[in-house]
Design a protein. Structure first.
Length: 198
């Protein structure tokens, strides 16, 4: 379908201010030092996935930078299950004031990957292969908690699959998500020992 040209479209601004050049002392988040930590490979080599996730839940282990950026936290972990929660702040909204779908998908991805990781032995990598998200309700950027609860629905020798529900603070369903991952015993968690492609 071809639409006629839109009328009365304002001209673009001549210049867009670079937030890095503000002189009021404010520092844009992407210019600030990274918080959180990438875990040492020794932790993955010596702990089961469940032990690792329980270390993140308890605060014994530091959260990864992506979780710090979004304010996401693991709040519960069990064999084949994990729950993450984050505030739906204005920092993660679109121009409409609603949380971007990719942020909701990211929260689900945290929980899904962690749930699958709880099923592996020390020294086993979990490599995601897909993520599918069905958005049910919009998520307002009102600061209230959004929670993703994931459960493993299949765990074979080389493949795991999980399903998650994303809900708001009133337990209303916001999104459904599914993911799969390869289970790779004897591989580094960062997959730096994977054979080259091609």
């Amino acid at each position: 379908m071809i639409f006629p040209p839109a009328a009365d479209v304002p001209a673009p601004a001549p210049e867009v201010a670079d937030v890095r050049e503000q002189d009021d002392g404010w520092i844009a988040p992407f210019m600030r030092p990274v918080c959180g930590a990438v875990l040492d490979q020794e932790i993955f080599a010596t702990r089961t996935g469940l032990e690792l996730m329980r270390g993140l839940v308890s605060g014994e282990l530091p959260l990864p930078p992506a979780a710090c950026l979004l304010g996401a936290r693991p709040i519960e972990a069990g064999e084949g299950t994990c729950t993450f929660s984050m505030p739906a702040t204005g920092w993660v909204t679109s121009p409409t004031g609603l949380v971007l779908g990719g942020v909701t998908a990211c929260l689900a991805d945290f929980a899904l990957g962690a749930a699958m990781h709880t099923t592996v032995a020390p020294g086993t990598a979990v490599a995601p292969t897909d993520l599918r998200v069905q958005f049910i309700r919009p998520v307002p950027g009102d600061g209230r908690q959004v929670t993703a609860r994931a459960t493993v629905v299949h765990r074979g020798r080389g493949l795991a699959s999980a399903r998650a529900e994303v809900t708001n603070s009133e337990a209303k369903l916001l999104a459904l998500a599914n993911a799969s991952a390869l289970v790779l015993p004897g591989r580094r968690a960062d997959l730096s020992d994977a054979p080259p492609l091609g």
